[in-house]
Design a protein around this ligand. Structure first.
Ligand code: EPU
Length: 336
């Protein structure tokens, strides 16, 4: 069942060509448990959409490829439905399935690359919604004990692009399924985001459905973000940094149009894409690595870049932004 010495190029959306000494794609929990009992120290691969591979992998690489979407609770007397989704399901396929079934909540998260099992790790988010808003619970295999543990929302400790699984839980659990709480019939749409409104105006939609929201998000993402099937990338490479209000006010003097989102506690979030663009990197190419022309937050692999080439560019960007704005920008993608 293990393949020996294979290239991981087609298993990561950056399209980085590193070698895995051994590789197996698991399709059932029983198979996963058997593999974990044999090899405790493994590398877990999901959709490969939030990693930058910088070296060959000598640990066994386990791709989670379990499938299944199940409605586990659908009472006729309320407006919610619980669906349990196996980790190996593709995220966007799930979004489309929900829209077809008229289950609301995921439409703003359309077209995010990757699989369901990794969506809680970085608490995926876009256009005003984060996974935590529709999350109910998940089950994960604890590697040390080979036992299944249930995590409710609180236990996951979700934050902006962060969770328990990126911190204390890192490397200790394998998420095997995720249960989401969605609406049926009476949906609560999140359409405050400017670009979504503009899409509706352009297409003369005044009573949007969840499908309209999904279509708008797909159109916006396609216009800004590169398709990983055509040009290797991992979405936002950096997190949007948070600064204090006093520093924000001082920056506003030199940059009156600085985009920002006000947060509680006198904090302000600044789009890293803007900082990177102002630092002169947008659309620039450095060898095989580059900064996307429509969204400076996204680093791209033009042609057989190595992970280290991409990482070098990321470090150069961090250094320049720090020198120019005195703001550290943190890498969001997992560097392996
Ligand atoms: N901006 C620039 N230059 C750029 C990019 C952005 O000036 O090159 C400015 C825009 O003009 C806008 C602001 O920055 O005023 C925000 O840009 P955008 O709406 O594109 O969102 P973002 O903050 O750059 C975040 C997420 C994206 C998500 C969008 C939409 C993070 C790290 N990224 O980007 O997530 O799709 O909001 O909600 O929070 C991802 O995680 O892979 C991802 C794509």
């Amino acid at each position: 069942m293990f393949q020996k010495n294979i290239s991981l190029k087609k298993y990561n959306t950056f399209g980085i060509d590193v070698n895995a000494k051994s590789f197996v794609s698991v399709t059932s929990l029983a198979q996963l448990k058997r593999v974990i009992t044999t090899f405790k120290d493994v590398f877990i691969l999901s959709g490969g959409s939030n990693i930058l591979l910088t070296k060959n992998l000598s640990k066994p690489v386990i791709q989670i490829n379990t499938k299944g979407i199940e409605i586990i609770e659908n009472k006729s007397d309320n407006n919610t439905v619980l669906i349990k989704v196996q980790a190996g399901e593709n995220w966007h396929d799930l979004v489309l399935w929900c829209i077809e079934n008229d289950f609301g909540g995921l439409e703003n998260l359309s077209l995010i690359p990757g699989n369901v099992g990794t969506s809680p790790i970085q608490n995926i988010g876009a256009y005003g919604i984060e996974l935590k808003d529709i999350f109910y619970e998940l089950e994960a295999l604890e590697i040390a004990t080979n036992e299944i543990k249930t995590f409710n929302k609180k236990a996951c400790n979700f934050e902006y692009r962060n969770s328990f699984f990126k911190n204390q839980g890192k490397g200790k659990y394998i998420i095997i399924n995720v249960t989401l709480k969605l609406t049926k019939n009476n949906h609560k749409l999140n359409i405050e985001y400017g670009a979504i409104k503009t899409e509706f105006e352009t297409n003369k939609i005044d009573k949007p459905t969840i499908k309209d929201v999904s279509n708008a998000v797909i159109a916006i993402r396609k216009s800004k973000l590169p398709d990983p099937k055509k040009i290797g990338n991992s979405g936002s490479f950096f997190k949007n940094p948070v600064i204090n209000k006093a520093y924000f006010e001082s920056l506003k003097i030199s940059y009156p149009k600085i985009p920002h989102y006000m947060l509680p506690d006198d904090l302000v979030k600044i789009p890293a894409g803007w900082l990177i663009e102002q630092s002169g990197f947008k659309g620039k190419r450095f060898g095989n690595a580059g900064v996307h022309k429509n969204q400076a937050l996204v680093l791209v692999n033009y042609d057989n870049a190595t992970g280290l080439e991409i990482l070098d560019l990321a470090r150069k960007i961090q250094k320049t932004v720090l020198e120019k704005f005195n703001i550290p920008v943190e890498i969001e993608v997992n560097i392996i």
